[in-house]
Design a protein around this ligand. Sequence first.
Ligand SMILES: CCC(=O)SCCNC(=O)CCNC(=O)[C@H](O)C(C)(C)COP(=O)(O)OP(=O)(O)OC[C@H]1O[C@@H](n2cnc3c(N)ncnc32)[C@H](O)[C@@H]1OP(=O)(O)O
Length: 341
Amino acid sequence: MSLFRSITRLWTNSQCKAAHTHKVAFYSAVCDRPEDHHTPEIDLRLNSIRTALKDLGDGTVTLSLPNAVGDGNPKATDDTSRSPESVVQSNKIAMISISNPGGRNSLSGKMMCELADAVDVLQAWEGGAGVVLHGENGFFCAGADLKVAAQHMLGPSENGMGEEMSYLMHHTTSRLRALPLISVAAIEGAAVGGGAELATACDFRVMAKDSYIRFVHALLSVVPGWGGGTRLTKIVGRRDALRIVCTADKIHADQAMAFGLCDEVVETSTDTVKVATGFLQKLTANSTAATRALKTVVSQADDDAYRPSLNHEHDVFSRMWGNKASAEQIGKGGASARKGD
Ligand SMILES: CCC(=O)SCCNC(=O)CCNC(=O)[C@H](O)C(C)(C)COP(=O)(O)OP(=O)(O)OC[C@H]1O[C@@H](n2cnc3c(N)ncnc32)[C@H](O)[C@@H]1OP(=O)(O)O
């Protein structure tokens, strides 16, 4: 569908009529220039989504900042108790930990809000140069928490809160990608659905040898909802992106390396965060000011062209999420309900 038709559809669909100013705001919301991230309209919409999602489900997303934070750094979240030694040793690398033990670290509404909060703090962290994103208990992330989704993010309206969830996650992942920090996803177990999308929002991916990335969306009759379709295409190119999303195959670490989707394979999975941190330390070894400036230069050059694509992806997801086929799969537990996968 052409971009014009996408926008027209956005403008005319029934949900959109009630809040068309928000939809128009979205057109400039999903982008990677910091100055575009906050207009009064966008903030209003994001705040109302966060209010609606913040009490939905369990799990936590924790941001750990190093102890030795300099002046101007946020104080509230400098909890390093969950950080592996290797991360804490570097005073310019932060860590985001995803934990939802009952749901393979899938993101509940609460966790989506905490992830947005973590990115808020990182945006204000002037002393930082890098961030590692990882999942606890040997698993990266299984995407959206489908138990919460089945209860709160489907019907009675066209797609329940699915579109709102996608709006927030597009915005958060775009901001994560645009941070003046180099980001690395440390992947153990698997990155599935939105988890795979989260991995593509980072600059690099370090994968345990036995881990895999899986874009399962086709099995749920949807497209990626957190911007991962656009980002995957930028990383691996058009043909491989089509192979990955249309087959919904598991992409194991070695294959991900061949696709250019993985930057380093770790033999012993328990070392993944340590190796990811070492990887990051090499990239952030020069002056922090230079690293941050270089990241913004590369990010700006790389991301300018793909904003309309992100908006199109959000539009398509919003129309598909909650339709009969996807609602059925979400209710059954998503990709895990499929036989023989
Ligand atoms: C943005 C759009 C999206 O993200 S749509 C969401 C796409 N995600 C999915 O479809 C993932 C569905 N889950 C799976 O395919 C498998 O559970 C995966 C993640 C591969 C893990 O398999 P395996 O290691 O065998 O564990 P399991 O299936 O026994 O699951 C353990 C418990 O975790 C749960 N779980 C898993 N994924 C989710 C999820 N996304 N949301 C909520 N809960 C999830 C399972 O239901 C299972 O729970 P229980 O122990 O049966 O109570």
